[in-house]
Design a protein around this ligand. Sequence first.
Ligand code: SF4
Ligand code: SF4
Length: 165
Amino acid sequence: MVIYTVRQPDRERELEHDDLPFWRTKALDDMTPSEWEQLCDGCGRCCLLKLEDEDDGEVLLTRLACGMLDIGACRCSDYANRHKLMPDCVAIDPDVVRKLAWLPRTCAYRRLADGRELAWWHPLVSGSPETVHEAGISVRGWAISENAVADANVQRFIISDFDDE
Ligand code: SF4
Ligand code: SF4
């Protein structure tokens, strides 16, 4: 006797797709505002001051954080009004992600734009907002507020770029 297994490949694919989290099924451009915000891992790396070399345009990273960053929480202290209060704060959107060379490779937006997965420490993967700190990805504990440093001394705080992903 031959026993046939009846399969419904299309339905199975549909179910698998439905079970996947939004960041694995949607392009960055298609995400809702809420999904977009959830993608931020809360590392605070993009809020570090950068200096541009006038001669060759090279962007140098510093360990000085924007004066509006709550370094302990690694969150903007007034996210809703950040562009009004800090006019040079860059709004991160899909186009910006594709263009900004200084966005860290650990950044969730950059990872997805590059076709990579979110890392294990991303809060959406781990289920905990603490893992981004526990993994040493966030700026908590070592960044210094720009408010505490005179402009003339900013260059002393240049650091090498992040080499993790
Ligand atoms: S680097 Fe990316 S993931 Fe980290 S805080 Fe900035 S926007 Fe969010
Ligand atoms: S204004 Fe807020 S979001 Fe913008 S760089 Fe400063 S801390 Fe980061």
